[in-house]
Design a protein around this ligand. Structure first.
Ligand code: ADP
Ligand code: MG
Length: 237
């Protein structure tokens, strides 16, 4: 899959509904959005406005209903389960709860994600160690999640998400459970790795203190998307 010259994410006229029959309720309204390779985009907006719903559609965790959504040029409208699974290989996910497996060490958690990518075993160990070193956990590789702080656990989750060099990283409130300093550290690590790897990041957050890492800020309200001129206007002068 080659993403050169095409947006990482391209969405046109996307609506989304939860429920059936009388309970059917529209959650997303006419979403139009393009995100280019290498961009770091933050999506913010009130709770219940549809941010997570949009993220799960972009991440192929849920099927789209109407409109067009292309990831790395691949259309998700009418895509088969196999096609969706295929596209998920190019996506790294980071959630509010780090979702580490408690019975595995930091390194084993990162290894697990690499094993899904049919890479040679020796190389997966090397890659897991490199990633954990990059996120500042060289001396914590063999620790279990119970013995890591909240910020350290989230950094393991970042190492896990980025170890396979995904083209797109989707992060849903990754700093929500962290104090100010660890939250900041975590997004800075994410930003650094994304710039090194050239991957695209779409990050949902309520955390105003991290908005400055974005190339562009989007605002979601009542299922509709509006972009904010914010940092873009500032950086482009
Ligand atoms: P946000 O992430 O911005 O807080 P969500 O995408 O989680 O918003 O939710 C948007 C709306 O969709 C809310 O009204 C929420 O109650 C509803 N919703 C979310 N998930 C589901 C679901 N699985 N089934 C039905 N309604 C849902
Ligand atoms: Mg949410």
């Amino acid at each position: 899959m080659n993403s050169l010259g095409q947006p990482t994410i391209a969405i046109q006229n996307l609506d989304f509904y939860y429920g059936q029959g009388n309970l059917r309720k529209q959650t997303l309204f006419d979403i139009n959005l393009e995100i280019n390779a290498g961009e770091i985009v933050i999506m913010t907006g009130p709770s219940g406005s549809g941010k997570t719903t949009l993220l799960t559609l972009i991440g192929c965790l849920r099927s789209i209903q109407t409109g067009s959504l292309k990831i790395l040029g691949q259309e998700l409208a009418g895509a088969s389960k196999e096609q969706m699974i295929q596209i998920r290989r190019y996506v790294g996910y980071i959630f509010q709860a780090h979702n580490l497996l408690k019975s595995l060490t930091a390194k084993q958690n990162v290894l697990m994600s690499l094993e899904l990518h049919s890479i040679a075993i020796a190389q997966t160990h090397q890659q897991a160690e490199t990633m954990l070193t990059e996120v500042g956990l060289a001396d914590r590789m063999d620790y279990y999640p119970a013995n890591l702080s909240g910020g350290q656990k989230q950094r393991v989750a970042i190492a896990r998400a980025l170890a396979s060099h995904p083209k797109l990283v989707l992060a849903d409130e990754p700093t929500a459970a962290l104090d100010k300093k660890s939250g900041r550290d975590v997004v800075e690590v994410m930003q650094k790795l994304a710039k090194e790897q050239g991957c695209t990041i779409l990050l949902v957050t309520h955390d105003n203190r991290i908005l400055d890492i974005a190339d562009r800020i989007l605002y979601m309200e009542d299922g509709r998307l509006a972009s904010q001129s914010g940092t873009l206007a500032l950086t482009e002068g």
